[in-house]
Design a protein. Structure first.
Length: 166
């Protein structure tokens, strides 16, 4: 049995409509309401690479910062559908960041620096899951969700850690 073009038109229209609805942004729910003071970022400029010193140029001494012990402070970052709330946070060394997947989709939290040994992959961060990490060394730690962004744009965030008392 062959369908005529007239019979295919409503079916094609239905397929297009389902595709549009499936890709539309999520509506508000209990978890997607904006948090007071939240700033949502969608693009990031990655820091430039430090070039090696020119021949004969003095090399500054390296400084080693001792990791801080956990300080008992916890800050929650919610992973929603296509965004983190709060995406960019500033904490003192020893603070635990607690990511929760409050969205309806799978997510992950991956460090931009592939050498960093923290983060959670998709199979361990489905809706309702959580991930915690204590940031004990001062610095800026950039992260992203590889499902809903890239290292530089989309679902991205940062944790800026300062030395205690700084």
């Amino acid at each position: 049995m062959r369908l005529s073009n007239c019979a295919l038109a409503p079916l094609l229209g239905l397929v297009v409509m389902v595709g549009i609805v499936a890709c539309a942004p999520d509506g508000p729910d209990a978890y997607s309401a904006p948090m007071q003071g939240a700033v949502v970022t969608t693009e990031r400029v990655l820091p430039s690479t430090t070039l090696p010193p020119e021949p004969g140029e003095a090399v500054p001494p390296s400084t080693t910062i001792a990791p801080a012990a956990p300080n008992g402070e916890v800050l929650q970052v919610r992973s929603l559908d296509n965004s983190y709330r709060l995406p960019d946070v500033e904490v003192s060394a020893g603070t635990e960041i607690w990511w929760t997947n409050n969205g309806r989709n799978d997510h992950n939290v991956l460090p931009v620096n592939d050498d960093d040994a923290w983060g959670v992959d998709t199979e361990d961060f489905a809706p309702g899951d959580e991930y915690r990490h204590v940031f004990d060394t001062p610095g800026t730690y950039l992260y992203y969700c590889s499902i809903h962004g890239t290292k530089a744009a989309g679902m991205i965030g940062s944790v800026t850690v300062s030395a205690r008392g700084a």
